[in-house]
Design a binder for this molecule. Structure first.
Ligand SMILES: Cc1cc2nc3c(=O)[nH]c(=O)nc-3n(C[C@H](O)[C@H](O)[C@H](O)COP(=O)(O)OP(=O)(O)OC[C@H]3O[C@@H](n4cnc5c(N)ncnc54)[C@H](O)[C@@H]3O)c2cc1C
Length: 398
């Protein structure tokens, strides 16, 4: 960045906002990050971090810290729900690192958030303010006036650029009105999420592996967390619940009786894993139709605010991390903020759009039943480790 005093305001301290703060500070900006939640709590569950994300974390100098809290699954195994038969496997661990130049990790979202927060605390040009919402902005030729709301108080702040990393229901996306009929799109699916001590998992599943079980109209993913002491479980079912009544989505619980019966016909190991969960978190799944434009003047969207996606490629946070890297790069030598934000948008929008659409397709493929599932399984069984890896090169090479 030509002007080392360039002042960036970021709305939202999720994975996207925190990574963007680091990338912008490294590009020479002064960053004020505002998070509406009073505390950054132990929210969420596991995240898989593909090599496209860990490569950025390495460039930001925090991969080692992330790895201290992460697990490295040895392989991804796809299985048929009914009888547990293996359909395909892809090596992860060192093979993935060699092929894609960065590791494939799984980590608790709260651990990743903490590492990012500590890294931000170590940067003297970043301040992180919780309990404060970015409540509006006025863009003018000399800069941007940002309204900050904290309880009953509203303050105004002058900045050069506003990055809205405020999630799926981004109020800034609504204010920018960059797309027509731009609303969250309901997927008709619920994600049930849980953590279980690894020792409570069925013996056959106590492994450093990511398993993906494919059933009719449902699938189940589980992978190790915290050095393999925990297993993260995500069960996806078709559902008509949209979570509209929920003020805080992280806080919605589900009863075992709402989940276990849906897996009653599954292979013993998958069924037992699901039955051993005491409390589920329930999460309605939405994405949005991709938009070509993510920025207007001195404001740009980032992460789920720009491209919320269904989690079937495990790429939402990874794409937010990629955004952060591209934003840092675009702002590094920027003479003109709106032009730099347009460059960021150009660098990112086609790729993010491809991942949003591929994630939708993947959900359809995972939930096939009858002859379609039979054909899918035949195709999966024909995959070698090499051909399986080649199919995801486009994602992980970044
Ligand atoms: C079931 C499930 C499994 C997933 N698994 C994976 C996975 O394995 N790998 C992966 O990469 N991704 C995964 N994802 C996706 C990933 O969780 C999200 O894409 C990612 O967390 C989005 O981060 P974000 O920072 O863009 O948004 P968010 O995490 O939504 O953060 C937005 C932040 O902005 C704050 N905020 C909102 N409005 C304001 C305001 N006006 N002012 C200030 N602050 C504000 C919010 O409080 C919040 O803290 C999964 C998602 C789901 C639902």
């Amino acid at each position: 960045m030509s002007d080392s005093n360039l002042h960036a305001v970021i709305a939202g301290a999720g994975i996207g906002g925190l990574t963007a703060a680091l990338a912008l500070a490294k590009a020479g900006a002064r960053v004020s990050l505002y998070e509406r939640a009073p505390l950054l709590e132990e929210a969420g569950a596991g995240l898989q971090l593909g090599p496209n994300a860990t490569r950025v974390l390495r460039d930001l100098g925090i991969l080692e810290q992330v790895q201290r809290h992460a697990s490295t699954p040895e392989l991804l195994r796809l299985r048929r729900a009914r009888d547990g038969q293996e359909l395909a496997r892809m090596p992860l661990g060192p093979v993935a690192e060699l092929r894609w130049g960065a590791p494939y990790l799984s980590i608790h979202r709260a651990d990743l958030q903490r590492v990012l927060l500590e890294a931000c605390a170590g940067e003297r040009h970043i301040t992180v303010n919780t309990g404060t919402s970015v409540a509006g902005f006025a863009d003018n030729s000399t800069g941007i006036e940002v309204a900050l709301r904290s309880g009953e108080d509203t303050q105004r702040l002058h900045a050069d650029v506003l990055i809205a990393a405020d999630g799926l229901r981004s109020q800034h996306r609504a204010l920018l009105a960059l797309g027509s009929n731009d609303q969250p799109v309901w997927s008709g699916r619920t994600a049930w999420r849980a953590l279980l001590p690894m020792d409570d998992a069925p013996a056959a599943l106590r492994k450093l592996e990511t398993n993906l079980w494919l059933g009719a109209k449902s699938h189940l993913v589980h992978y190790p967390l915290r050095g393999g002491t925990l297993v993260n479980i995500v069960a996806i079912t078709e559902d008509d619940w949209r979570g509209e009544e929920a003020a805080d989505l992280w806080a919605i619980s589900g009863e075992p009786t709402q989940v276990a019966p849906r897996f009653a016909q599954w292979h013993r190991d998958a069924r037992t894993l699901v039955e051993r969960v005491g409390v589920w978190k329930r999460w309605p799944l939405f994405d949005r139709n991709p938009m070509r434009r993510w920025s207007l003047g001195r404001v740009a969207l980032l992460g789920d605010a720009a491209h919320p996606m269904l989690p079937f490629f495990a790429q939402g946070a990874a794409q937010a991390i990629e955004d952060a890297a591209a934003l840092g790069q675009a702002m590094r030598n920027a003479q003109n903020v709106p032009a730099a934000l347009s460059a960021y948008e150009r660098a990112r929008s086609a790729r993010a759009q491809a991942v949003v659409l591929a994630s939708r397709r993947q959900g359809t493929i995972y939930h096939m039943s009858g002859p379609l599932a039979f054909a899918r399984d035949l195709t999966l069984r024909s995959l070698t480790a090499q051909s399986f890896m080649a199919k995801v090169d486009w994602l992980y090479k970044g």
